[in-house]
Design a protein around this ligand. Structure first.
Ligand code: BGP
Length: 478
């Protein structure tokens, strides 16, 4: 029976806006996430077009990886990381997205980070855009709705590809690109929120703008992949999809059809384009029914064909159910919820825990595309209690991860080609959906709290030592 590859990429995942801090240091500009206040599971974080005096913006300091990167990467190395997923903050390189040339101080920071990784034998896995669009592009152009963003993005890609060509091999174009298919994706993902102020996950739904914006992201992603393939053949280029696995609530054919429809537009639509290189057949009817018409330019369809990705990556936290019944009990999730599954338990934030769903999902994706896969986010956001000596007994986290790794093993035995696994928030960081610090994912505890206080001291949780063993035994001992 097949087991994890010898060169399996064990590691952890982060995003610049959620952990770097130093939001305006060394010439960095404001990204969309820098304009988001903190919130909680019950009170939503807000986006404010102008920074408010006396309001806390959690990305501004976050956990200050900017000044702690050497210490943090050493801790990752101590766990045995083979890879480290991080994003480059676009606004460190092009503060407004519109400058002619890159900001040298921003480029120099990631040189330091990648050199530190290399020192420890850790391969960086870089997300080019992880909910970090320059806010100036939103103010001026309504984000990705304007085609100008394609050029701005390409200029950014050219700069980072040229600079890091000998330091980075694995790249992902857009984090959770399919979040743009959901209304909640407009703030962080498509940026189609010009002038909007209010609950970050509650921006008005403008599907025409969102899907036009998505089209521009597809073209930008394909152009970046093509550029890499032509100029930097050593690069491996991936997509990144928020995989929200859905099951029909019942065997009522109405539920089955509804599930299939939602799976198509939420989970498959973007990756069908990024992996297969063309808009899928089922999109036409969806667009017609929603009154969406995508404006394309000559050459767009060709570029989508020419810029398909080498490997498929996704985040997986939970599964949801789908029904056509009106009064079904609801559940939460990252950017989207669904209907409760009576067979599953939920996290403190209401995300349904479904390890077997990961095996199912890996098989579904691999069956559709047959290219190497990587799980680049997975994990349990939980309240942790730190003891005097800095340690945390996070058996619940170990339990969650253990069960998911066991199911990845099953999928590999099923024949799925799995390249690696980077659990989310390998070090505690700011939550994307709520802006909280209290929702912790890490193997490493960071002394930082929701009111902005904390010493930023790092300490090892119980899961740190557990994950170290998992990596040392290449997943044999979980
Ligand atoms: C994904 C995002 C991440 C991350 C994760 C956990 O959707 O790509 O940025 O934050 O979800 O979500 P949260 O931080 O809201 O718990």
């Amino acid at each position: 029976m097949k087991t994890f590859r010898k060169d399996f990429l064990w590691g952890g995942a982060t995003a610049a806006n959620q952990f770097e801090g130093a939001w305006d240091v060394d010439g960095k500009g404001a990204s969309v996430s820098d304009m988001c206040t903190n919130g909680s599971h019950t009170s939503p974080k807000r986006i404010t077009p102008v920074l408010e005096e006396g309001t806390l913006y959690p990305s501004h300091e976050a956990i200050d990886f900017y000044h702690h990167y050497a210490e943090d990467i050493a801790l990752f190395a101590e766990m045995g990381f083979k890879t480290f997923r991080l994003s480059i903050a676009w606004t460190r390189i092009f503060p407004t997205g519109l400058e002619d040339g890159p900001n040298e101080a921003g480029l120099a920071f990631y040189d330091r980070v990648f050199d530190e990784c290399k020192k420890h034998g850790i391969e960086p896995l870089v997300t080019i855009s992880h909910y970090e669009m320059p806010y100036a592009l939103i103010e001026k152009y309504n984000g990705w709705e304007d085609r100008i963003c394609i050029d701005a993005f390409l200029k950014y890609c050219e700069a980072i590809f040229a600079r890091y060509k000998d330091k980075v091999k694995y790249w992902l174009t857009f984090n959770e690109i399919n979040s743009g298919t959901m209304a909640m994706g407009s703030v962080l993902s498509t940026g189609t929120i010009k002038g909007y102020s209010g609950a970050a996950m509650g921006a008005p739904d403008k599907p025409q703008e969102r899907f036009q914006a998505l089209h521009h992201q597809f073209v930008a992603s394909a152009k970046a992949v093509k550029l890499a393939h032509e100029k930097y053949p050593q690069f491996k280029m991936g997509n990144m999809c928020l995989f929200a696995t859905m099951y029909p609530s019942t065997c009522n054919p109405d539920d089955i059809i509804e599930t299939q429809k939602q799976m198509q537009m939420m989970n498959w639509f973007c990756s069908d384009i990024q992996v297969r290189g063309a808009y899928p057949y089922y999109a036409d009817r969806f667009f017609e029914e929603k009154g969406i018409s995508i404006k394309m330019e000559d050459g767009d369809r060709e570029i989508l064909k020419e810029g398909t990705v080498d490997f498929y990556t996704f985040s997986y936290y939970m599964s949801n159910c789908v029904t056509t019944k009106k009064d079904a009990a609801e559940t939460s999730g990252n950017l989207m919820g669904g209907v409760k599954n009576p067979y599953l338990k939920s996290s403190d934030w209401g995300w349904q825990i479904d390890p077997k769903g990961l095996r199912y999902t890996l098989n579904e994706i691999y069956g559709r595309y047959q290219i190497p896969l990587m799980v680049v986010e997975n994990g349990l956001g939980a309240f942790d209690e730190k003891k005097e000596d800095g340690s945390v007994d996070d058996d619940y986290r170990i339990d969650y991860l253990r069960q998911h790794i066991a199911q990845m093993k099953e999928a590999v035995a099923d024949g799925v080609d799995l390249m690696g696994y980077t659990p989310w928030g390998c070090i505690d960081l700011v939550s994307a959906s709520t802006g909280e610090m209290a929702k912790r994912y890490g193997f490493i505890y960071v002394d930082k709290y929701d009111d902005g206080t904390g010493t930023l001291a790092r300490s090892r949780k119980k899961s740190f030592y557990w994950y170290q063993k998992v990596i040392r035994t290449n997943g044999e001992e979980i």
